[in-house]
Every structure is written in C-alpha cells, then in structure tokens.
Design a protein around this ligand. Structure first.
Ligand code: PLP
Length: 445
C-alpha cells in the first residue's frame, strides 16, 4: 500500500509542511497552524479527517455547482477512461466527447457564440483569449490594437497574462505585473465610489471610465475590454443595471471586442445559465470554466463569437496555440454529464425562482447590523461588506483584518465562507437547501 494512505493526521501535516507549497498561502502561517484535511464530501457538506461536518458556502472555489458526491459523474469518467482515456484534438483529430461538448456549449450559450476552444483552467482560457484577440486585430491589419482594458479588483487567473488582466494590486506587486498592454479602470463599486449619485447614475459614470481610457490611449490602440458580469474574487461587486448597456455602447462605438469572463457567473450562479443574460451583455468572447464540470475535473472553454471566429477560420491559417489536454475526452464527458444533470434537475430555474431569492432575502436581514455597510448579490452569489461606520461610509483601516476574523469565526463553526478585504463572500452549490441557507445566515450573524 501507498504509505501516505496510512499516515496519521499529524504525520500528514508534517509531510504537507515539508513538501507542499499551497496556492495563495502564507507558508509560515501554514507551517504554524497546519491544514485541515478534507477527506470526503456529499451535497454541500465536507468532512475533515477529525470527523467534523463542514457546510461549504463557497462550493469549493465557486465551482461545485451540482454539489459533491454525484455518482453519475464518477461513472461517466470511469467509462470514458476505459474506452478512450486520452486522445488529443490537435491538427485534424477529435474525440466524440470533445465535439459533443462543443456542440452543447454552442446551443447553451447566447446566440452568435457558436465556436469553442478548449483549455484546462480559467487562466489558460483567458490566455487563449488574449492570443485570439491580438491575432484577430493582426489579421485586420491593425497589430497596434493590442491593449486590453480590464478593471481594478478583477480576477482573471494566475498566469502572467491572467494576473495582468486581473486588477489585484497584491498580485501585481509581487511579480512586476501587469505586463505591457494591460490597463485597468475603476470598477462599478457603488459602496466605495457612489458618493451622492443614485446607483443608476453611478453605473453610467463608472462605464464612462472605459471611454475616457480609450480616448486617453487612442482608440486605434485598444483591442478589447474584459469584465466578469459580477466581480467575484474582488468582493462580489454587482454592477448597477445601467453599467453594461453603457459599456456595450462604448465598445460598439469604438469597434472594441467585449469579453465576458463567466468563470464564476456561468452555469447558473446568477439565476440564468450565464451572467451575460442577467446583465444584458452581448459578448464577442466568453470565458467558461469552474461550473462547466462543477469542478469534478479541470476543463475550461473559450466561446468565440462569429466576428472573431470568421476571421480566424477564413483568413487565419494555422492558429499556433493549444494545450496537450485541450478537449480532454474524460473532462469533456464529465462536463457533458454535469450539464445534463443541471438541465434535468432544473438547477438554473431553482436558483432564479426559489433558492436564489430565498438566499438573497435572508442575507439582507444582516443589513441592519451596525457594522454591515452593504449586502449585495444576485442568485446564489453574495457579498457582505463591513464598515467602521455606515455614515460616509467609513471603511476599516488598515483594511482586511475584519473579513479574516469573520471567516475564521465561520470556519470554527464548521461553515466555509471567504474573506475579501473587510467582507465575506458566499457562493454555495446550486443544490443548497433552505435549511442550509438558514445555517449560513445564522453563522454569519
Ligand atoms: N476568471 C475568473 C472570473 C475567476 O474567478 C477565476 C478563478 O477564480 C479565473 C478566471 C481563473 O481560473 P483558474 O483558477 O481555473 O485558472
């Protein structure tokens, strides 16, 4: 037997400290405190090696949309592994699951997004988009159109391009990012920047920051604008309804491609299949990952609209880009089964009509608390932001401690939420029960 299978918890912890560099982790703090070892899961509940049952208010990393423990996905994966565990989609081969998933995604996503490029993570999909966008403008004889505009607090991944697209200053400062050609404007963050404006006035003003930046750079240099419909890891920043229509107008006026990063908002999170539908966005390109397979296997996809696809297909020749595991047959088979379950169980409608409104209503009960500056969210994604004083509002200084205290309080009570600055974000599996929502809210209170 593998000796790791028989390690005690303390020996596992020592091995973890000795060998495992975790993502997004302070290594000294981890060595001092150790990890909690998660050993199994079912529905919205995780169990650790001590036997504690933990309610997962984050669906892993915003991804386990259909919940844990779905036998059907394990069965499909095993079947596909036995039949054809791997073949690539480079050059002129495909596999049945890859082509079937591409077809299904073309059906599910909004009209006009008919072509799919597969990758393995949200980061890789966004890297792919940057390469496609630059190739598109090159083929149109405008190679100097290579600047991509994004937003502060955006999260688009951890590769050099993903982190450059992202607007996380902590990520930038550690590695000399962003790379040249990536610009950031302010997000539609009403609580922070709304001032005396109504949310709708502010939405238009925040969108016009895009136009100002385009004009400052010169429209002939700007290739694309990228946005998450709701900024997830940035603190669940929900745009006013007026924001995206104005963004759309500006992109059209200057001929700039619009990219919707649906890695979190896609697959039911906001009560529609895609956040673009919730906010009336008509993107030229769309990034999909996480909920595509509910996290059961790594897979991501770029949805490519007609405008870019026709140029690449008709005029592009060979596109020198791809990954060994682009369209991996097992991941594609699992994603197809995940989408079948979402559809057969009506999970998107459940978020729109039932559990989403219940979750949002119950969370808004926290809004009266003297430290709660804002409760915001749509469907099954929400943020609760804490402030020192609601008047102003006055934010905590230095920022970031209060969120961590709340997160740790929840964790001690066996509920997982995530801290972002001085707030909590919540994004549970779409199968969460009413009683489990009650428990999330009671623990946060
Ligand atoms: N885009 C968004 C909106 C995300 O939230 C994430 C991950 O959280 C990514 C991209 C990157 O995805 P991955 O971690 O799979 O590379």
């Amino acid at each position: 037997t593998n000796k790791l299978n028989v390690l005690s918890d303390s020996a596992l912890m020592a091995a973890d400290t000795a060998h495992h560099l975790h993502p997004f982790t302070d290594y000294k703090a981890l060595a001092a405190e150790g990890s909690r070892v998660i050993v199994r899961a079912e529905g919205c509940t995780l169990w650790d090696s001590q036997g504690n049952a933990i309610l997962d208010g984050m669906a892993g990393l915003w991804c386990v949309n259909i919940g844990y423990g779905r036998e059907e996905l394990a069965d499909v994966a095993a079947r596909q592994m036995r039949e054809l565990p791997y073949y690539n989609t480079f050059f002129k081969t495909t596999t049945r699951p890859a082509t079937e998933l591409a077809t299904r995604l073309a059906e599910l996503t909004p009209p006009g997004l008919e072509h799919v490029f597969f990758a393995n993570s949200g980061s890789e999909a966004n890297d792919t988009i940057v390469r496609m966008v630059r190739r598109y403008w090159q083929l149109h004889g405008q190679p100097e159109r290579n600047v991509i505009i994004s937003r502060e607090y955006a999260y688009h991944g951890s590769t050099l391009v993903g982190a450059s697209l992202g607007g996380m200053s902590a990520m930038h400062s550690q590695t000399g990012l962003p790379l040249p050609g990536f610009e950031h404007i302010r997000p539609p963050y009403y609580l922070r920047d709304g001032g005396n404006m109504t949310p709708q006035e502010f939405g238009v003003a925040a969108a016009q920051a895009l136009e100002e930046r385009i004009l400052a750079l010169g429209p002939e240099r700007v290739a694309a604008f990228i946005a998450e419909p709701i900024q997830g890891a940035g603190g669940v920043i929900v745009p006013p309804d007026s924001y995206f229509p104005e963004i759309q107008r500006i992109c059209r006026e200057y001929g700039i491609l619009l990219i919707a990063d649906e890695v979190i908002c896609g697959f039911g999170r906001t009560g529609n299949w895609f956040g673009s539908e919730t906010f009336g966005i008509e993107p030229d390109l769309m990034t999909l990952a996480k909920g595509l397979s509910s996290g059961y296997l790594p897979i991501s996809a770029v949805m490519v609209g007609d405008r870019v696809a026709r140029t690449l297909i008709d005029e592009g020749g060979e596109f020198f880009h791809g990954f060994t595991y682009s369209g991996h047959p097992v991941a594609c088979a699992v994603a197809l089964e995940n989408l079948r379950i979402m559809q057969d169980e009506g999970l998107v409608e459940r978020v729109r009509d039932d559990i989403g409104p219940y979750f949002q209503d119950r969370l808004r009960e926290l809004a009266d608390h003297p430290l709660v500056g804002e409760v915001r969210g749509v469907g099954l994604i929400a943020g609760v932001e804490l402030v020192r004083d609601k008047d102003g509002p006055v934010f905590f200084q230095p920022e970031g401690r209060v969120g961590t205290i709340c997160r740790d309080h929840c964790f001690r009570n066996n509920v997982i939420m995530r801290a972002v600055r001085d707030g909590m974000v919540i994004s549970p599996p779409l199968v969460i029960s009413h009683a489990e929502v009650d428990r999330l809210v009671e623990t946060a209170r």
